[in-house]
Design a protein around this ligand. Sequence first.
Ligand code: FAD
Length: 448
Amino acid sequence: MAPACSPTNSLHVAVIGAGAAGLAAARELRRESHSVIIFERGTQVGGLWVYTPQTEPDPLSLDPNRTVVHSSVYDSLRTNLPRECMGYRDFPFVPRNDDASRDPRRYPSHREVLAYLQNFAREFNLEEMVRFETEVVCVEPEGQKWKIQSKSSDGIFKDEIFDSVVVCNGHYTEPRIAHVPGIDSWPGKQIHSHNYRVPDPFKDEVVVVIGNFASGSDISRDITGVAKEVHIASRSNPSETYQKLLGSNNLWLHSMIESARKDGSIIFQNGKVVQADTIVHCTGYKYHFPFLNTNGYITVEDNCVGPLYKHVFPPALAPTLSFIGLPWMTLQFFMFELQSKWVAAVLSGRVMLPSEDKMMEDVTAFYAKRDANKLPKRYTHKLGECQVDYLNWIADQVGAPPVEHWRAKEVHGGYLRLATQSDTFRDKWDDDHLILEAYEDFLRQKLI
Ligand code: FAD
């Protein structure tokens, strides 16, 4: 059992990762007077938003010994939610009119997000806490503390002891691949969206894209510009689905794939058959903590990381081990900020967690509800409609204001637009009144 924290405890804390989650965590931990070291295996802050044209040698990223490329960002990527609601609460993501190189659009490119995160790190002097090019290779309990083994880019291993570890390693790097019957004898090429950057390699090809949510929808439209035909297979569509998508003359939506054959054909559940050159798997990612050794206490089963109290604290190892950013939700940066405030305040003893038994009861009840709703384990961390309630619950723990009216509305409306007008949602909207409300809020709080 981890030590109890007395009020205003100041701990030595390791944060793993300097992406949007790790930066928020480090900021909140330091605000609460903890001493912090951020381990970052890359060369700069920003995590996923550090675009690289480089991809992994194995296009499906199946080889466990491959050289991992962290980012899954493709060249044409623009944010999938409006910038006002995407940013951290007290450092709004607003256009920087003082710099012509910046992207002022409401749904800006990935470069603008990276620039925003770099500004955030600079504004709060966060980089001074980062040890770049230092990969955490092992985290394990050592008495009441934690031992971290890290490896620097020159190959030197180092062991250090910390009071607490906050895991912020991201979860969009380890691909999940769809199972397609017959795929082993299908002769075409396959790639996961993690290794997709630009459409050029698909010139004149017939491409099947599996998955039609954010990345699937973006990537299929990106490819239609150069490919002969693009066919999207989506398991959320009824089996008879066969539809030519508006705004393009070579893009079709299908139900899921039934099988792949050795003659190169792909058969969809709607009965359609196409001779395809490439399959692009836009089928999501897996949680992956290759460095974590908790003697089997924390497991990842069918993409459920557990046991975790409110997706953050493993009851038997709380509060000194925590995870930031696991839930799938739209308000990512905002969630990182709130979860980080909670972790920092619990570690300093300012906010108490329930007993280990009570936390376990909560986890068990949560799993029971998931099972009663017939949701597969892999949706454990998908909060969907409950995201605002979840955020408000954490805000309440740390005495922070609830999610603002305009932010909750923007997220809801933005999601609907994404789902119903996936080709135009970034450039056409009808919620200018919410933008106005957001800016009034920023001005009132003197944030801009
Ligand atoms: P990351 O940004 O992945 O950062 C993790 C960091 O940990 C990395 O820097 C990595 O190098 C480091 N690291 C990992 N393992 C180790 C180790 N062992 N040792 C040391 N360092 C390590 N969210 C939005 O809010 N808006 C969007 O529009 C949006 N679009 C997205 C588009 C795509 C294609 C994807 C995949 C995700 C998108 N997201 C979006 C979600 C996005 O992942 C989050 O917003 C956020 O950037 C994740 O931050 P993170 O810090 O959790 O992880």
